[in-house]
Design a protein around this ligand. Structure first.
Ligand SMILES: [Zn+2]
Length: 282
């Protein structure tokens, strides 16, 4: 073999090895990108966004989405923590399904899309219930033991569904609800008691006059409460206070989390912004 041939063979071998290494790298990169885009992202980003994302609702600035974690987890059908890769993967799959950029990061675009889904699933009806559709509920089932009889009216089918839902909650011992002699919610138990149900136009107007600053995220001109199918239920904290600190208390209670997972079975859907407000949609 001449020296020239040896040199040529050597150069060829080096080139061959380099080509093999290069194609190996490309394959590995393709594999990582193709199999799961969410696995590359920093999972701490969702924790940060859950606390800090700036967005608006009803013209009011909002900060973070941690208050909606139970609803978000239900929507994504995941039990994984916000800090986990599993959560990011479930989110990425949902984003893809919704035609959004599949980043696995819960940014404002994804949050607004989720809000659209939740709001779209709510009761459309705003008609004032006819008197014969309403039943008067015993005072023992109300949160306020002095509430006047004319403020204790609920649409008939809604009340039947509410009773079934409460019975299921009481039977679930992990919720720790106090039970009465017949398996009903004990008179002394506050959780799941009705705070407000049917409202007449006059009563809604009075509530609006009393809290003029509640804005569009607050008391509606056309309230679902007119139908007798919207129930405000006690889920902890101050009964109906939208302050973030209060809603944080409420959305962390076992009862609220149970409602998020189970209310749909009984025909009730949430209003995402008010943890206490549930609407019967069947
Ligand atoms: Zn309400």
């Amino acid at each position: 073999m001449t020296r020239f041939t040896i040199r040529k063979a050597l150069v060829f071998s080096i080139l061959l090895v380099l080509t093999m290494l290069e194609s190996g790298n490309t394959r590995a990169q393709k594999h990582r990108q193709g199999s799961s885009p969410a696995s590359n992202l920093s999972t701490s980003r969702n924790v940060q966004l859950s606390n800090e994302l700036a967005w608006t609702f009803g013209n009011k600035p909002q900060r973070g989405w941690y208050l909606y974690t139970p609803l978000i987890s239900r929507l994504l059908n995941t039990r994984d923590a916000v800090s986990s890769t599993g959560f990011a993967k479930s989110l990425a799959a949902w984003q893809r399904k919704m035609g959004l950029k599949s980043t696995g990061e819960l940014d404002d675009q994804s949050l607004y899309e989720m809000i659209k889904v939740w709001q779209g699933a709510r009761l459309k009806d705003r008609e004032v219930a006819a008197p014969d559709r309403l039943v008067t509920v015993p005072i023992s089932e109300f949160y306020d033991p002095t509430r006047a009889e004319e403020l204790r009216k609920v649409e008939r089918a809604t009340y039947a569904a509410y009773k079934k839902m409460v019975a299921a909650a009481v039977a679930n011992h992990s919720l720790g609800l106090a039970r009465g002699a017949h398996g009903e919610l004990a008179p002394g138990e506050k959780f799941l008691k009705i705070i407000s149900a049917f409202r007449s136009r006059e009563y809604q107007d009075k509530l609006r006059r009393e809290s003029p600053n509640s804005g569009s995220a607050g008391l509606a001109v056309n309230s679902p409460h007119f139908t007798g199918r919207a129930l405000d239920l006690y889920v902890g904290g101050e009964p109906v206070d939208t302050l973030d600190a209060n809603r944080k208390v409420q959305t962390e209670t076992r009862v609220y989390k149970w409602l998020v997972q189970n209310a749909e079975r009984f025909g009730f859907r949430p209003y995402f912004y008010e943890p206490w407000h549930w609407e019967y949609v069947r």
